[in-house]
Design a protein around this ligand. Structure first.
Ligand code: DCP
Ligand code: MG
Length: 483
């Protein structure tokens, strides 16, 4: 615990959903849900407008549709999120050499190592400027927590959400944490909270009062001792720059223990994907793949497999994870899953065969993705019988109407909204799925990518491919109907 609040934690607000709202003007201020849109899909995140209805990350999409039928349901566009994340991480690296990304949208920064004066006012000013810079560079909002320890900085950014900043001044943390529900502490999922509740422990203060022995008795040695330290606000973990990290991992605690084996597998595949995203964001690759499984009774086990060489290939990591899962009995119920990669190297040196295998896999998975619903876990499932390229939310370009995104599809039709991040909300038009004028597009830049990129705001001078749907373009014969 430091004497000054020089550890900064940044977490972007409703990250995937905010990126989609920034990209799609018609969705701003509206409920947006990003995730697997098929019948077995899971919500990755929901915009704050959708959270009002009770929609949360990791909830089955079918349940979200019941809670919030009027939301826009979109497939994720990881490439866009990665681009936004890179800009954000760049801004963080300008603050300090010690930046520890936890995911695409979240990182710790050691401001002391960045030469910021160890005073509340100075760190607050840095945090506020960072939030402004992020907004300017990406069009998205992030929340910032500042404290003398990692755990507290993270609690502070959570308390600051959405679009805020909270400083926990050292010396005030016990008072501040005391009345908070024990769920506030990292690593306390719903099941741990329930075990504590049965013992009459609801708040952080009550957790500290229970004492270490009682917590160990309730939760086991490692978990109990760790929780006791956290309840006291004790956390001396340093901020570790990704390039010095020995391993990279992600984990999720579930609201309800997972008993369905298919669901366990799907969640592990999603975690593998997120782990590889982090690995790639750090420009690294790893040789050992690890899975972590915490059972209903808190017993935790890890299984690992060492590959022939380092990789940052999601397919390779997913395969290793699937093999590792085969060695684990999950019938009693699983409360936490994690995927990690260790044995990190700075680059990947795939031999020719590995590369060939990867290309074959890519072709195969492209074919698999083009098949009807029920595809591999982790990937969003295509809606109805249509190929993934017409999944809601994905980018398309029309020869006459320019850039837009798929709003919906079915029975041989695809509905496209023609708008760009910098345009006014656009019009919707419907086409046959095999319309030769319509093809998949690339994510457009959210900021600074407007027409003429700052040279002209006159639509008459826009390149044809960027013109807003309907206005400049005439109603061509290819169109089937438009609303
Ligand atoms: N994510 C996911 N599956 C989860 C949790 C998150 O795919 N179970 C993805 C989608 C989120 C992103 O990671 O947008 C960042 O996760 P956060 O937990 O930070 O959630 P958000 O940024 O969406 O919302 P918040 O404002 O609560 O941070
Ligand atoms: Mg976030």
């Amino acid at each position: 615990m430091r004497p000054a609040p020089t550890i900064l934690h940044l977490d972007m607000d409703a990250f995937y959903a905010s990126a989609e709202q920034a990209a799609k003007p018609s969705l701003r201020g509206k409920p947006v849900i990003v995730g697997g849109i098929g019948p077995r899909g899971v919500v990755a995140t929901a915009s704050y407008e959708a959270r009002v209805f009770g929609v949360r990350s990791a909830m089955p999409t079918a349940q979200a549709r019941r809670l919030c039928p009027n939301a826009a349901y979109l497939s994720p566009r990881f490439e866009l999120y990665r681009q936004v994340s890179e800009k954000v991480m760049e801004l963080l690296h300008a603050l300090s050499p010690l930046v520890e990304p936890l995911s695409l949208d979240e990182a710790f920064v050691d401001l002391e190592a960045g030469g910021v004066a160890p005073e509340a006012d100075a760190v607050r000013a840095v945090g506020e400027r960072l939030r402004r810079d992020i907004r300017e560079a990406t069009g998205l909002t992030g929340s910032v927590g500042l404290a003398g320890a990692k755990m507290l900085a993270k609690i502070a950014s959570e308390a600051a959400k959405p679009d805020g900043l909270v400083v926990i001044e050292p010396g005030t943390e016990r008072e501040l944490l005391g009345p908070m529900p024990v769920r506030t502490l990292p690593g306390v999922g719903p099941a741990t909270a329930e075990a504590l509740r049965r013992a009459g422990i609801h708040t952080v203060a009550e957790t500290a009062e229970a004492g270490e022995d009682e917590l160990v008795r309730l939760l086991g040695k490692a978990h109990g001792a760790g929780l006791y330290a956290m309840a006291l606000g004790q956390d001396d973990r340093p901020v570790v720059a990704e390039r010095d990290a020995k391993s990279i991992s992600v984990e999720d605690t579930f609201e309800v223990d997972l008993t369905d084996r298919t669901r366990v597998r799907t969640e592990l595949m999603r975690l593998a994907e997120r782990c590889v995203q982090r690995l790639r964001a750090a420009g690294r690759s790893g040789r050992t793949v690890v899975i972590k499984v915490r059972n209903y009774d808190f017993s935790t086990l890890t299984r690992s497999e060492t590959l022939r060489g380092p990789t940052d290939d999601p397919a390779v990591v997913r395969e290793a994870v699937a093999r590792l899962l085969e060695t684990v009995d999950t019938t009693g119920g699983v409360r936490l899953l994690g995927v990690g990669v260790s044995g990190l190297a700075d680059f990947t040196q795939e031999d020719l065969f590995a590369q060939l295998a990867t290309e074959q896999e890519a072709q195969e998975s492209a074919r698999a993705a083009a098949e009807p619903a029920g595809a591999e876990g982790g990937e969003p499932e295509p809606e109805e019988e249509l190929p993934r390229r017409w999944s809601p939310g994905l980018d398309v370009v029309h020869d006459d109407y320019g850039a837009g995104w798929v709003q919906g599809s079915g029975v041989g039709r695809v509905t496209v909204r023609f708008e760009q991040p910098w345009s006014a909300p656009g019009r919707v038009r419907t086409f046959a799925v095999d319309d030769p004028a319509l093809r998949p597009g690339e994510p457009l830049p959210l900021v600074g990518g407007g027409p003429g990129a700052g040279q002209s705001s006159d639509p008459a001078t826009w390149p044809k491919s960027l013109s807003p749907g309907g206005e400049a373009a005439s109603d061509s014969g290819e169109e089937i109907s438009s609303r």
